[in-house]
Design a protein around this ligand. Structure first.
Ligand SMILES: O=C(O)CCC(=O)C(=O)O
Ligand SMILES: [Fe+2]
Length: 336
């Protein structure tokens, strides 16, 4: 089943004239950085770990731990969430972004940081060729996308399952110790729907380069579960510093988890290279309740290992994180 193989037409949200001004001739006004063509590795995607949840638990758990320690990024297949639901949400999101700008903004208000935003990402000067809806999951009743509730329940369940497998792989005594943090009622779930319009300006001469859709960063929460439509654009940093294009797979989820430095938090970005086709992605960022005290658990540390970070509450971390820019290391402030 394909969600909507015909949806190749441009859903233009920014006029070509604006784009010309912004990108080419007005360097001071919201200038969106161009991205050079990647030096290598841009095609493969072969290095991206795949976790098959239909495999026996021990195998799935080992594959998750290995991926978390190696790159911090993996693709999940056979997760049990019906493609029909994913496609329904995708179609609704596409219809939302096709609405007039004033309508979109009035749905949730201008992003600060939650709401409808375009081109500006966060409060600290980051820009990209993207429009988005960002909101706390606890407030979804106001979001005008009816399949969202069902999607959020399904992805939260999946996140819980993945974190139980992590706990098993780390030989933690309490299997739900991690999953509970992100599934309990007061947990800090944040959801982002990103829409990258095509960029008609990218005609000739870019040779595989493009326009920054979402600048280089690591994700801000404990774990992110991303799904996108069939359009390319997501890239992750490889070990040698080159960028690896992640081949789109609308049936799969892409996951990123973090710990005391034992699990990596992968650097990634989105590059817009298409002149005709838009790209849609949806990311559920999981975090614990505000009062949760964060410190590396004894179980994840090897003998004699020191804690790299001072203990902090999730609230303290979030307060500091909101002051950072996309590419900043948000944990630096808590380093010992
Ligand atoms: O749109 C994407 O595929 C990724 C965007 C992203 O990395 C983010 O929203 O944190
Ligand atoms: Fe991200």
């Amino acid at each position: 089943m394909e969600c909507n193989p015909q949806r190749r037409h441009a859903i233009l949200c920014f006029s070509p004239q604006t784009a010309a001004m912004v990108v080419l001739s007005n360097p001071t006004l919201h200038q969106i950085p161009l991205v050079k063509p990647p030096k290598l590795a841009a095609s493969s995607g072969g290095s991206i770990s795949v976790v098959d949840l239909s495999k026996p638990r021990a195998a799935a758990s080992a594959a998750i731990i290995e991926a978390c320690e190696d790159s911090g990024f993996f693709k999940v297949v056979n997760h049990g969430i019906p493609l029909e639901l994913l496609c329904r949400l995708e179609a609704e999101a596409a219809a939302f972004f096709a609405r007039p700008p004033a309508d979109k903004e009035s749905a949730l208000g201008p992003a600060d940081p939650f709401g409808y935003g375009h081109q500006t990402i966060g409060r600290n000067g980051d820009v990209g060729w993207v429009e988005y809806l960002l909101f706390a999951v606890s407030s979804t009743t106001t979001v005008p996308i009816s399949s969202l509730g069902e999607y959020l329940v399904a992805v939260k369940r999946l996140a819980g399952e993945i974190l139980e497998l992590v706990a098993e792989g780390l030989r933690m005594k309490q299997r739900d110790r991690l999953s509970k943090m992100v599934t309990e009622e007061e947990s800090d779930g944040i959801f982002r729907l990103n829409h990258y319009p095509p960029c008609p300006l990218l005609l000739e001469g870019f040779d595989g380069g493009g326009l920054t859709g979402f600048g280089e960063h690591t994700d801000p929460q404990i774990m992110s579960v991303l799904r996108s439509d069939g359009a390319a654009g997501l890239q992750v940093a490889g070990k040698d510093g080159s960028w690896v294009a992640v081949p789109p797979d609308r049936r799969a989820f892409f996951v990123n988890v973090l710990t005391n430095g034992r699990f990596k938090s992968i650097k990634h970005r989105v590059v817009v290279t298409d002149t005709e086709r838009s790209r849609l992605s949806m990311i559920y960022f999981f975090g614990p309740a505000e009062e949760t005290r964060i410190t590396a658990m004894a179980e994840v540390m090897v003998d004699g290992e020191e804690r790299r970070y001072n203990e902090f509450t999730w609230r303290e971390y979030k307060k500091a994180a909101y002051k950072t820019r996309l590419g900043d290391d948000r944990l630096r402030r808590f380093e010992k």
